[in-house]
Each structure stands twice: as C-alpha cells, then as structure tokens.
Write a protein that binds this ligand. Sequence first.
Ligand SMILES: [Zn+2]
Ligand SMILES: [Zn+2]
Length: 151
Amino acid sequence: MDLRYPCPQCGRAGRADLVEEAAVLSCPHCDYIGLLPLDWQRDLLVTRCPMCACPELFRDARLDPRVWIGFLLGGLALAPLTRFASLAAAAAAGLLLRLAVPERLVCYRCGASLRGHRRGTDRGRFDARERDRVRSAAPPRTARPPRTPRA
Ligand SMILES: [Zn+2]
Ligand SMILES: [Zn+2]
C-alpha cells in the first residue's frame, strides 16, 4: 500500500510502500522512526491509520474537482475554433482521468493517506463535522523541529 504522511517529528511529507508485515516506518528527512499499530490492516482492509492509530478515515474523491473544471474550461476556450469538439474531448478526457485515479483513504486526525487498500463499505466521504469531532478529541501530534544530535 502506498502511504503518504506528514512526519510527526519534522512535518515534512514522507512516502512509504507498506507491505502487510510492515511494523516500523522511518522518515527519509529526519531520524524519526515510528512503530505501526499491529492491527492497522487485515488482508489489505484498513482498520485504522498506520501513523496515528486513529480508526476514523474517509474516502477521498477520486479526482480533485478543480482538475475536472480546468479540463472543461480549456475545452470551452477552444470551442469556437473546434466547433465544440474540444469541449466534448475535454469532458471525455476528464471522465477517463477520474476513473483512472485510484481512491485514497485519508486519516481525519493526522492527514496521512493510503492507496492500494481493499475497499470496505464502512468508510464515508469527507465530513467536516466528523473531522472537527476527531481532532477535538485527539489533536494531531504537532510537528517539532528535528532533534539535533548532541555533541
Ligand atoms: Zn521527519
Ligand atoms: Zn492518522
């Protein structure tokens, strides 16, 4: 599974390809090493966030709507020149791209995201009230500057 996460120590974006037996995660930018919760997934079905163990995750829209709107605006701009063929082409290209982008699971609490998981039926779309509830109950670990080795 493809994991993207904000490092709890240095705050920079990290990326990891998690195998099923993965137990530790190390940040490529600093000396952070995190232990993954043992039960974060079962047969590629994600039960909790591997970074912060939060069980509240949401399914992310497959494609950023701005990309889709950009396609349509581009097609519209060229429409007078192409007798509107460009508009149809842009709509078709946007639709294909939408289907090609795999869905992500995103953690409400720390913002880590996962790709390549098996789909469950229990995850909803993003809900701002749910995010506020999760974050007020347990705020994400704030990014600290990387530790400097003692001389
Ligand atoms: Zn780091
Ligand atoms: Zn998390």
